[in-house]
Design a protein around this ligand. Structure first.
Ligand SMILES: Nc1ncnc2c1ncn2[C@@H]1O[C@H](COP(=O)(O)OP(=O)(O)OP(=O)(O)O)[C@@H](O)[C@H]1O
Length: 251
């Protein structure tokens, strides 16, 4: 069994639930352990819905999701989530935000865990700062540290770089890859950006009209050279599927 298995998943927000109203319509895919898995699609195609289902925040109409062999039924510390708007507690400083999960779990070393992760995301010295005094990139680093603090098996990232300016975004991409390599987590990462998906992913799926239109392995050495022929080959392939209505390729 793969680390994550999504089997015949259907989700509608309409009680009548007939086909055609499904935001996700018979979605099937697998994510291997330690894989960096990207989901890409136009606005409204169901990316966040898929992530919320993986996180156990909402339930499917039909189908199942297994994470490490366990059926996802509700949110759990095994699924860490990073949100686009970082969703930090504004009344807590950085260390309290990061230590929150381990403290709730009764970990005696919650602050040690938090300190280690704050250092890992490059925010040493900022432990006592409050979210409103941090830049977008810094707040997102705290969001990542907080998600990692519960030592989840699966890290779910919903457009974590979407609100950042282009330069910070580029820097954060590299940071995320570094953190991924260091922690050896399995990552499901949602993005609007084709280049981001090709830069980051071991595998990309393209969601469109409630279906997976492409499930593609990205076979390139890291760090990836964004001007290389191979990189352009993949970006063109994804562009074609995203903007061309005919393709339906599932490996
Ligand atoms: N709670 C909800 N109730 C009703 N409809 C919803 C709800 N959440 C999402 N939808 C609808 O489901 C569809 C998919 O939304 P979703 O947020 O999953 O898309 P998305 O691909 O993440 O979009 P974006 O990239 O803009 O964030 C949209 O048509 C949206 O309006």
């Amino acid at each position: 069994m793969a680390f994550v298995e999504v089997n015949s998943l259907f989700k509608s927000y309409d009680d009548s639930g007939f086909q055609g109203k499904y935001v996700l319509n018979d979605i099937n895919f697998k994510v291997e352990e330690n894989e960096f898995f990207c989901v890409i699609g136009h606005s409204g195609c169901g990316k966040s819905t898929l992530l919320n289902l993986l996180a156990g925040f909402i339930k499917p109409d039909k189908g199942e999701i297994y994470v490490n062999g366990k059926l996802v039924k509700k949110p759990s510390s095994q699924q860490g989530v990073v949100f686009q708007d970082h969703a930090l507690f504004p009344w807590y400083n950085v260390i309290e935000n990061v230590a929150f999960g381990p403290k709730i779990a009764g970990k005696k070393d919650a602050y040690d865990i938090a300190l280690r992760l704050i250092k890992m995301v490059g925010l040493e010295g900022y432990e006592k700062k409050f979210p409103n005094s941090l830049s977008g990139g810094m707040a997102q680093r705290v969001g990542i540290a907080r998600a990692l603090a519960s030592n989840p098996e699966l890290l779910l990232m919903d457009e974590p770089l979407g609100a950042l300016d282009a330069m910070t975004r580029e820097k954060m991409r590299m940071e995320i890859l570094k953190i991924w390599k260091q922690t050896k987590k399995t990552v499901v990462f949602i993005t609007h950006s084709i280049a981001e998906a090709v830069y980051l992913a071991d595998r990309v799926i393209v969601l469109k009209d409630g279906k997976i239109f492409l499930n593609q392995k990205i076979e390139m050495e890291r760090p990836r050279q964004i001007h290389s022929d191979q990189f352009l080959k993949y970006t063109k392939m994804l562009e074609k599927v995203l903007f061309d209505s005919e393709k339906l390729i599932v490996e």
